[in-house]
Ligand binder design. Structure first.
Ligand SMILES: NC(=O)c1ccc[n+]([C@@H]2O[C@H](COP(=O)([O-])OP(=O)(O)OC[C@H]3O[C@@H](n4cnc5c(N)ncnc54)[C@H](OP(=O)(O)O)[C@@H]3O)[C@@H](O)[C@H]2O)c1
Length: 317
Protein backbone atom coordinates (compact mmCIF):
# COMPACT_ATOMS: atom_id res chain seq x y z
CA UNK A 1 0.00 0.00 0.00
CA UNK A 2 1.15 3.53 -0.74
CA UNK A 3 0.56 6.18 1.89
CA UNK A 4 -0.05 9.90 1.89
CA UNK A 5 -0.74 12.64 4.44
CA UNK A 6 -4.25 13.48 5.56
CA UNK A 7 -5.12 17.08 4.67
CA UNK A 8 -2.62 19.54 6.09
CA UNK A 9 -1.76 17.17 8.94
CA UNK A 10 1.23 14.85 9.13
CA UNK A 11 -1.13 11.93 9.72
CA UNK A 12 -0.23 8.93 7.54
CA UNK A 13 -3.19 7.46 5.63
CA UNK A 14 -3.35 4.94 2.76
CA UNK A 15 -3.85 6.17 -0.80
CA UNK A 16 -6.96 3.98 -1.02
CA UNK A 17 -9.47 3.45 1.75
CA UNK A 18 -12.38 1.08 2.33
CA UNK A 19 -15.93 2.32 1.73
CA UNK A 20 -18.30 0.73 4.24
CA UNK A 21 -21.75 1.67 2.92
CA UNK A 22 -21.80 -1.89 1.57
CA UNK A 23 -22.50 -3.11 5.12
CA UNK A 24 -26.16 -2.13 4.93
CA UNK A 25 -29.51 -3.11 3.38
CA UNK A 26 -28.84 -0.64 0.57
CA UNK A 27 -25.96 -2.75 -0.76
CA UNK A 28 -26.84 -6.08 0.79
CA UNK A 29 -23.92 -7.11 3.03
CA UNK A 30 -25.94 -7.53 6.22
CA UNK A 31 -24.09 -10.65 7.39
CA UNK A 32 -21.57 -9.46 9.99
CA UNK A 33 -19.05 -12.22 9.23
CA UNK A 34 -18.87 -11.12 5.58
CA UNK A 35 -18.29 -7.52 6.59
CA UNK A 36 -15.68 -8.57 9.13
CA UNK A 37 -13.81 -10.58 6.48
CA UNK A 38 -13.65 -7.54 4.16
CA UNK A 39 -12.52 -5.26 7.00
CA UNK A 40 -9.89 -7.79 8.13
CA UNK A 41 -8.45 -8.01 4.63
CA UNK A 42 -8.33 -4.21 4.29
CA UNK A 43 -6.48 -3.86 7.60
CA UNK A 44 -4.13 -6.71 6.73
CA UNK A 45 -3.20 -4.89 3.51
CA UNK A 46 -2.63 -1.58 5.28
CA UNK A 47 -5.81 -0.08 3.77
CA UNK A 48 -6.64 1.26 7.19
CA UNK A 49 -8.86 4.25 6.41
CA UNK A 50 -12.51 3.19 6.68
CA UNK A 51 -15.34 5.44 5.50
CA UNK A 52 -18.71 4.97 7.15
CA UNK A 53 -21.72 7.09 8.12
CA UNK A 54 -24.52 7.11 10.68
CA UNK A 55 -27.09 6.52 7.95
CA UNK A 56 -25.39 3.43 6.43
CA UNK A 57 -27.79 0.69 7.44
CA UNK A 58 -29.10 3.00 10.22
CA UNK A 59 -25.95 2.39 12.24
CA UNK A 60 -25.27 -1.16 11.03
CA UNK A 61 -22.08 -0.21 9.19
CA UNK A 62 -20.64 1.64 12.21
CA UNK A 63 -21.58 -1.23 14.53
CA UNK A 64 -19.96 -3.84 12.26
CA UNK A 65 -16.76 -1.75 12.08
CA UNK A 66 -16.65 -1.34 15.86
CA UNK A 67 -17.25 -5.06 16.43
CA UNK A 68 -14.66 -6.08 13.82
CA UNK A 69 -11.91 -3.83 15.17
CA UNK A 70 -12.52 -5.14 18.69
CA UNK A 71 -12.69 -8.81 17.68
CA UNK A 72 -9.67 -8.57 15.38
CA UNK A 73 -7.71 -7.04 18.25
CA UNK A 74 -6.44 -4.18 16.09
CA UNK A 75 -5.17 -1.25 18.18
CA UNK A 76 -7.48 1.72 17.75
CA UNK A 77 -4.56 3.92 16.73
CA UNK A 78 -4.00 1.73 13.67
CA UNK A 79 -7.38 2.44 12.10
CA UNK A 80 -8.46 5.81 10.72
CA UNK A 81 -12.25 6.05 10.96
CA UNK A 82 -14.22 8.61 8.97
CA UNK A 83 -17.91 8.91 9.82
CA UNK A 84 -20.59 11.38 8.85
CA UNK A 85 -23.51 13.11 10.45
CA UNK A 86 -26.53 13.55 8.17
CA UNK A 87 -27.72 16.99 7.13
CA UNK A 88 -30.87 16.70 9.24
CA UNK A 89 -28.91 16.09 12.51
CA UNK A 90 -27.03 19.37 12.41
CA UNK A 91 -28.68 21.51 15.09
CA UNK A 92 -26.12 22.29 17.82
CA UNK A 93 -27.49 19.80 20.37
CA UNK A 94 -28.22 17.10 17.79
CA UNK A 95 -24.59 17.09 16.65
CA UNK A 96 -23.50 15.94 20.14
CA UNK A 97 -26.38 13.49 20.51
CA UNK A 98 -25.67 11.94 17.11
CA UNK A 99 -21.93 11.72 17.66
CA UNK A 100 -22.49 9.99 21.00
CA UNK A 101 -24.40 7.30 19.07
CA UNK A 102 -21.55 6.87 16.59
CA UNK A 103 -18.97 6.60 19.38
CA UNK A 104 -21.08 3.93 21.05
CA UNK A 105 -21.58 1.88 17.87
CA UNK A 106 -17.95 2.25 16.82
CA UNK A 107 -16.92 1.36 20.40
CA UNK A 108 -14.33 4.08 20.48
CA UNK A 109 -13.66 7.22 22.50
CA UNK A 110 -12.87 9.33 19.43
CA UNK A 111 -13.61 9.66 15.70
CA UNK A 112 -10.68 10.42 13.40
CA UNK A 113 -12.64 12.52 10.93
CA UNK A 114 -16.23 13.72 11.37
CA UNK A 115 -17.95 15.09 8.29
CA UNK A 116 -21.28 16.75 7.69
CA UNK A 117 -22.74 14.23 5.20
CA UNK A 118 -24.67 16.86 3.23
CA UNK A 119 -25.75 20.45 3.95
CA UNK A 120 -28.81 20.94 6.16
CA UNK A 121 -31.15 21.43 3.22
CA UNK A 122 -34.80 21.93 4.34
CA UNK A 123 -33.73 22.40 7.96
CA UNK A 124 -32.41 25.95 7.72
CA UNK A 125 -29.74 25.46 10.37
CA UNK A 126 -27.22 28.31 10.25
CA UNK A 127 -23.79 27.12 9.17
CA UNK A 128 -21.97 28.55 12.21
CA UNK A 129 -24.29 26.68 14.58
CA UNK A 130 -23.04 23.25 13.59
CA UNK A 131 -19.52 24.40 12.68
CA UNK A 132 -19.11 25.47 16.32
CA UNK A 133 -20.44 22.13 17.53
CA UNK A 134 -17.89 20.33 15.32
CA UNK A 135 -15.11 22.52 16.66
CA UNK A 136 -16.22 21.93 20.26
CA UNK A 137 -15.99 18.18 19.64
CA UNK A 138 -12.38 18.62 18.47
CA UNK A 139 -11.58 20.70 21.53
CA UNK A 140 -13.09 17.98 23.75
CA UNK A 141 -10.99 15.25 22.10
CA UNK A 142 -13.97 13.38 20.64
CA UNK A 143 -13.16 14.24 17.01
CA UNK A 144 -9.68 14.71 15.57
CA UNK A 145 -10.38 16.29 12.18
CA UNK A 146 -13.32 18.03 10.52
CA UNK A 147 -14.68 17.41 7.02
CA UNK A 148 -17.55 18.22 4.67
CA UNK A 149 -19.23 15.92 2.18
CA UNK A 150 -21.26 17.08 -0.82
CA UNK A 151 -20.80 20.77 -0.05
CA UNK A 152 -20.51 23.48 -2.70
CA UNK A 153 -17.31 25.51 -2.43
CA UNK A 154 -19.13 28.68 -1.36
CA UNK A 155 -20.64 26.84 1.62
CA UNK A 156 -17.28 25.26 2.48
CA UNK A 157 -15.88 28.79 2.65
CA UNK A 158 -18.73 29.89 4.90
CA UNK A 159 -18.19 26.90 7.19
CA UNK A 160 -14.46 27.60 7.44
CA UNK A 161 -15.18 31.24 8.32
CA UNK A 162 -17.17 29.98 11.34
CA UNK A 163 -14.22 27.99 12.72
CA UNK A 164 -11.78 29.70 15.03
CA UNK A 165 -9.10 27.16 15.98
CA UNK A 166 -9.32 24.31 13.47
CA UNK A 167 -9.82 23.97 9.75
CA UNK A 168 -11.52 21.60 7.33
CA UNK A 169 -9.05 18.84 6.45
CA UNK A 170 -11.18 16.70 4.16
CA UNK A 171 -13.84 17.01 1.46
CA UNK A 172 -15.80 13.96 0.36
CA UNK A 173 -17.30 13.98 -3.13
CA UNK A 174 -18.51 11.73 -5.91
CA UNK A 175 -15.59 11.21 -8.26
CA UNK A 176 -15.02 8.45 -10.78
CA UNK A 177 -13.85 8.14 -14.38
CA UNK A 178 -17.39 8.77 -15.63
CA UNK A 179 -18.51 11.46 -13.18
CA UNK A 180 -15.69 14.00 -13.03
CA UNK A 181 -17.50 17.17 -11.94
CA UNK A 182 -15.26 17.41 -8.85
CA UNK A 183 -12.33 18.29 -11.11
CA UNK A 184 -13.87 21.66 -11.95
CA UNK A 185 -13.91 23.37 -8.56
CA UNK A 186 -13.48 21.04 -5.62
CA UNK A 187 -10.22 19.28 -6.42
CA UNK A 188 -8.32 22.48 -7.30
CA UNK A 189 -9.77 24.07 -4.15
CA UNK A 190 -8.67 21.10 -2.03
CA UNK A 191 -5.19 21.15 -3.57
CA UNK A 192 -4.81 24.87 -2.94
CA UNK A 193 -5.95 24.46 0.67
CA UNK A 194 -4.07 21.22 1.50
CA UNK A 195 -7.24 19.18 1.94
CA UNK A 196 -7.76 15.50 1.17
CA UNK A 197 -10.55 14.58 -1.26
CA UNK A 198 -12.23 11.29 -0.42
CA UNK A 199 -13.64 10.08 -3.75
CA UNK A 200 -16.95 8.32 -3.29
CA UNK A 201 -18.40 5.89 -5.86
CA UNK A 202 -14.88 5.71 -7.33
CA UNK A 203 -15.92 2.63 -9.34
CA UNK A 204 -19.17 4.29 -10.47
CA UNK A 205 -20.93 1.57 -8.43
CA UNK A 206 -19.32 -1.04 -10.73
CA UNK A 207 -20.72 0.52 -13.93
CA UNK A 208 -17.17 0.74 -15.29
CA UNK A 209 -16.14 -2.80 -14.46
CA UNK A 210 -17.79 -4.49 -17.43
CA UNK A 211 -19.32 -7.16 -15.18
CA UNK A 212 -22.96 -6.35 -15.95
CA UNK A 213 -24.78 -6.42 -19.30
CA UNK A 214 -27.46 -3.93 -20.32
CA UNK A 215 -29.97 -6.64 -19.37
CA UNK A 216 -28.38 -7.36 -15.95
CA UNK A 217 -28.63 -3.76 -14.79
CA UNK A 218 -32.40 -3.72 -15.27
CA UNK A 219 -32.59 -6.38 -12.54
CA UNK A 220 -30.60 -4.70 -9.78
CA UNK A 221 -32.40 -4.97 -6.46
CA UNK A 222 -29.95 -2.83 -4.51
CA UNK A 223 -29.24 0.92 -4.37
CA UNK A 224 -28.16 0.85 -8.02
CA UNK A 225 -31.80 0.52 -9.11
CA UNK A 226 -31.98 4.31 -8.84
CA UNK A 227 -28.56 5.17 -10.26
CA UNK A 228 -29.02 7.02 -13.58
CA UNK A 229 -25.71 5.64 -14.86
CA UNK A 230 -27.43 2.30 -15.38
CA UNK A 231 -30.20 3.69 -17.58
CA UNK A 232 -29.74 2.29 -21.14
CA UNK A 233 -28.88 5.65 -22.77
CA UNK A 234 -26.08 6.20 -20.25
CA UNK A 235 -24.95 2.64 -19.62
CA UNK A 236 -24.58 1.80 -23.32
CA UNK A 237 -22.07 4.68 -23.58
CA UNK A 238 -20.24 3.55 -20.45
CA UNK A 239 -19.83 0.09 -21.97
CA UNK A 240 -17.80 1.76 -24.74
CA UNK A 241 -15.50 3.26 -22.10
CA UNK A 242 -15.22 -0.22 -20.59
CA UNK A 243 -13.68 -1.42 -23.88
CA UNK A 244 -10.95 1.25 -23.58
CA UNK A 245 -10.38 0.31 -19.94
CA UNK A 246 -10.02 -3.35 -20.95
CA UNK A 247 -7.32 -2.55 -23.49
CA UNK A 248 -5.35 -0.44 -21.05
CA UNK A 249 -5.79 -3.03 -18.28
CA UNK A 250 -4.41 -5.75 -20.57
CA UNK A 251 -1.33 -3.68 -21.34
CA UNK A 252 -0.47 -3.33 -17.63
CA UNK A 253 -1.73 -6.78 -16.63
CA UNK A 254 -4.13 -5.10 -14.20
CA UNK A 255 -7.87 -5.38 -13.66
CA UNK A 256 -10.46 -2.80 -14.65
CA UNK A 257 -10.98 -1.67 -11.07
CA UNK A 258 -7.24 -1.19 -10.64
CA UNK A 259 -6.97 0.90 -13.80
CA UNK A 260 -10.08 2.97 -12.99
CA UNK A 261 -8.81 3.73 -9.48
CA UNK A 262 -5.27 4.45 -10.69
CA UNK A 263 -6.77 6.94 -13.15
CA UNK A 264 -8.14 8.91 -10.15
CA UNK A 265 -4.88 8.64 -8.21
CA UNK A 266 -2.98 10.01 -11.21
CA UNK A 267 -5.44 12.88 -11.64
CA UNK A 268 -4.54 14.49 -8.30
CA UNK A 269 -2.35 13.63 -5.32
CA UNK A 270 -5.11 15.07 -3.10
CA UNK A 271 -7.53 12.31 -4.15
CA UNK A 272 -8.04 9.26 -1.93
CA UNK A 273 -10.61 6.85 -3.43
CA UNK A 274 -12.76 4.84 -1.01
CA UNK A 275 -14.13 1.94 -3.09
CA UNK A 276 -16.81 -0.11 -1.41
CA UNK A 277 -16.08 -3.83 -1.28
CA UNK A 278 -18.27 -6.78 -0.40
CA UNK A 279 -15.56 -9.42 -0.02
CA UNK A 280 -11.85 -9.83 0.82
CA UNK A 281 -11.23 -10.58 -2.88
CA UNK A 282 -12.66 -7.22 -3.96
CA UNK A 283 -10.68 -5.45 -1.23
CA UNK A 284 -7.46 -7.09 -2.36
CA UNK A 285 -8.08 -6.28 -6.00
CA UNK A 286 -8.80 -2.63 -5.22
CA UNK A 287 -5.68 -2.34 -3.06
CA UNK A 288 -3.74 -3.36 -6.19
CA UNK A 289 -4.56 0.02 -7.73
CA UNK A 290 -1.55 1.40 -5.84
CA UNK A 291 2.14 0.69 -6.31
CA UNK A 292 2.21 1.44 -10.06
CA UNK A 293 1.14 4.27 -12.35
CA UNK A 294 -0.60 4.70 -15.68
CA UNK A 295 1.67 6.42 -18.20
CA UNK A 296 0.78 9.94 -19.26
CA UNK A 297 -0.27 8.62 -22.69
CA UNK A 298 -2.60 5.98 -21.26
CA UNK A 299 -4.04 8.42 -18.74
CA UNK A 300 -4.79 10.80 -21.64
CA UNK A 301 -6.34 8.01 -23.67
CA UNK A 302 -8.79 7.27 -20.86
CA UNK A 303 -9.28 10.97 -20.22
CA UNK A 304 -10.37 11.46 -23.84
CA UNK A 305 -12.60 8.37 -23.81
CA UNK A 306 -14.32 9.49 -20.63
CA UNK A 307 -14.85 13.01 -22.00
CA UNK A 308 -16.70 11.57 -25.00
CA UNK A 309 -19.51 10.38 -22.68
CA UNK A 310 -22.70 12.42 -22.57
CA UNK A 311 -24.32 11.34 -19.32
CA UNK A 312 -27.72 12.77 -18.41
CA UNK A 313 -29.34 12.56 -14.99
CA UNK A 314 -32.78 13.64 -16.22
CA UNK A 315 -35.22 10.78 -15.73
CA UNK A 316 -38.54 12.61 -15.99
CA UNK A 317 -39.16 12.94 -19.70
N1 LIG B 1 -20.41 10.91 1.13
C1 LIG B 1 -21.38 10.40 0.41
O1 LIG B 1 -22.43 11.04 0.17
C2 LIG B 1 -21.22 9.03 -0.17
C3 LIG B 1 -22.12 8.55 -1.15
C4 LIG B 1 -21.92 7.29 -1.68
C5 LIG B 1 -20.86 6.49 -1.22
N2 LIG B 1 -20.02 6.97 -0.25
C6 LIG B 1 -18.88 6.15 0.24
O2 LIG B 1 -18.13 5.70 -0.89
C7 LIG B 1 -17.99 4.28 -0.83
C8 LIG B 1 -17.92 3.72 -2.24
O3 LIG B 1 -18.96 4.20 -3.08
P1 LIG B 1 -20.15 3.27 -3.62
O4 LIG B 1 -20.46 2.23 -2.62
O5 LIG B 1 -21.24 4.17 -4.06
O6 LIG B 1 -19.61 2.62 -4.96
P2 LIG B 1 -18.25 2.06 -5.60
O7 LIG B 1 -17.17 1.99 -4.61
O8 LIG B 1 -18.05 2.86 -6.82
O9 LIG B 1 -18.71 0.59 -6.04
C9 LIG B 1 -18.79 -0.42 -5.08
C10 LIG B 1 -19.32 -1.71 -5.69
O10 LIG B 1 -18.54 -2.13 -6.80
C11 LIG B 1 -18.39 -3.56 -6.76
N3 LIG B 1 -16.95 -3.82 -6.60
C12 LIG B 1 -16.07 -3.22 -5.75
N4 LIG B 1 -14.82 -3.68 -5.93
C13 LIG B 1 -14.89 -4.58 -6.92
C14 LIG B 1 -13.93 -5.37 -7.55
N5 LIG B 1 -12.65 -5.32 -7.22
N6 LIG B 1 -14.34 -6.21 -8.55
C15 LIG B 1 -15.63 -6.26 -8.91
N7 LIG B 1 -16.60 -5.52 -8.35
C16 LIG B 1 -16.23 -4.68 -7.36
C17 LIG B 1 -19.20 -4.07 -5.59
O11 LIG B 1 -20.56 -4.33 -5.99
P3 LIG B 1 -21.07 -5.70 -6.67
O12 LIG B 1 -20.07 -6.77 -6.30
O13 LIG B 1 -22.41 -5.92 -6.12
O14 LIG B 1 -21.09 -5.40 -8.15
C18 LIG B 1 -19.25 -2.86 -4.69
O15 LIG B 1 -20.36 -2.88 -3.85
C19 LIG B 1 -19.19 3.80 -0.02
O16 LIG B 1 -18.97 2.55 0.58
C20 LIG B 1 -19.30 4.90 1.01
O17 LIG B 1 -18.37 4.67 2.07
C21 LIG B 1 -20.18 8.23 0.26
Amino acid sequence: MEYTEFGSTKEKVPRIGLGAWQFSDAWGVTDYQKAKAAIAKALELGMNLIDTAMVYGNGMSEKFIGDAIRELGVPRSEVFIVTKIPGHFLSYDDVFRAVDGSLRRLQTSFIDALEAHWPPAWHNIPTCEYARAFERLVEMGKVRYIGLSNYPVALIEEFRYCLSRHDVEVLELRYNIVERQAEQQHIPYAEANSMTVLAWSPLAQAAILGKYTLEDVTKFNDVRRNNPLFRPENYSQILQLVEELKEVAKKYDKTLSQVALNFLLRASSAVLPIPGAKSPEQVEENAGATGWALSYEDWRRLDEASKRLRISYVDIL
